[in-house]
Write a protein that binds this ligand. Structure first.
Ligand SMILES: *[C@@H]1O[C@H](CO)[C@@H](O)[C@H](O)[C@H]1NC(C)=O
Ligand SMILES: *[C@@H]1O[C@H](CO)[C@@H](O)[C@H](O)[C@H]1NC(C)=O
Length: 316
């Protein structure tokens, strides 16, 4: 009994200390920019649900031509119709993209480069979370393969177009979960050890490392890059885990709606004058801290090289 009491005494203290952090986590930054996007072209991956869908809708609302890059084209078409009706913008297009298959990524990029002269905004939004151990068509562990390597290849294939269209931006949707992530170079595909939760965190750390490395590489090109934590959002991302679905439901009162979750991606995609913050990580429409791992340049460079190697991209 006494022990329990002893343990409870510091609790209010801890809550008091953590309060600003908790409030900050729950408050939702809103993108207040009034920038309009007529004549701009945007690609959003995983745009047929959740944050991706809301991000696409907001971009369409501002007049951009928006490509919904989706695995499920039929579902994508329904979403495109919905966005067209809501925004009055007919230039919402659906193209097939399966990030778990490099052939599909290459086909998407080829088609896009043939039909579009420009690309101003690329939102690497699609993601899988906590799925059972599985591999992509190319033999990559699913989280690493889709969340990191798939987007890495996509960004690489579209980079020239982004440069030609500068000023242009790439936004990577990462997560607070990156704090728990580590890059295990000896077991990048989690063949020796697999935890669905950690695999997700690792892939999200990879997203941040890449954003920074890409920012370094793109300095002076007019292409700027940002990684964002969308907030803890009620979305289909938890579809693979009944435990997470259950937890999500329990805490749904605190969770952001997908529309709120889209605000930081949108903020990074369109806010004027953000260029000097290229490579930074954002949460609630503000620059946010990343873990020590995520600031490690050596790891970032090595991951870049290893990723090129895995994807058959020549090193420069
Ligand atoms: C986004 O993340 C992907 C995968 O980690 C990476 O390939 C790409 O370079 C990143 N882009 C930016 C702008 O950070
Ligand atoms: C970066 O990570 C490597 C490998 O984990 C480590 O040896 C090195 O000390 C780290 N560097 C910094 C500056 O933290």
């Amino acid at each position: 009994m006494a022990v329990v009491l002893l343990l409870l005494i510091p609790l209010p203290f801890l809550l008091y200390i953590a309060a600003p952090q908790i409030r900050k986590m729950l408050s939702s930054g809103v993108c207040t920019s009034t920038v309009q996007l007529p004549g701009k072209v945007a690609v959003v991956t995983g745009a047929n649900t959740g944050i991706g869908k809301e991000t696409a809708r907001e971009l369409a609302q501002r007049g951009a031509r928006v490509y919904l890059a989706c695995r499920d084209v039929q579902k994508g078409e329904l979403v495109a119709k919905e966005i067209q009706t809501k925004t009055g913008n007919q230039q919402v297009l659906v193209r097939k993209l399966d990030l778990a298959d490099t052939k599909s990524i290459r086909a998407f990029a080829k088609g896009f480069l043939e039909e579009e002269k420009q690309l101003h905004i690329l939102i690497n939004n699609a993601g899988v979370m906590m799925c059972p151990y599985s591999k992509t068509a190319d033999g990559f562990e699913m989280h690493m393969g889709v969340n990191h390597l798939g987007h890495f290849l996509l960004t690489h294939l579209l980079l020239e177009k982004l440069k030609e269209s500068a000023p242009s931006r790439v936004v990577n949707v990462s997560s607070l979960a990156h704090h728990l992530g580590r890059i295990h170079f000896h077991d990048l595909q989690s063949e020796k050890f697999y935890s669905d939760g950690l695999a997700y965190c690792n892939s999200k750390l990879a997203n941040i490392l890449f954003t920074q490395e890409l920012a370094r590489r793109l300095k002076g090109s007019g292409v700027t890059t940002y990684s964002v934590h969308p907030g803890t959002v009620n979305s289909e991302l938890t579809r693979y885990s009944s435990f997470m679905t259950w937890m999500w439901w329990l805490f749904s009162f605190f969770l952001k709606t997908p529309q709120q979750g889209a605000q930081t991606s949108l903020y990074c995609a369109i806010t004027e004058g953000l260029e000097i913050l290229s490579g930074k990580h954002f949460s609630d429409c503000q620059v946010a801290r990343v873990s020590a791992q995520a600031r490690n340049e050596t790891v970032a460079r090595r991951l870049w090289d290893v990723s090129c190697d895995l994807l058959g991209i020549p090193l420069d």
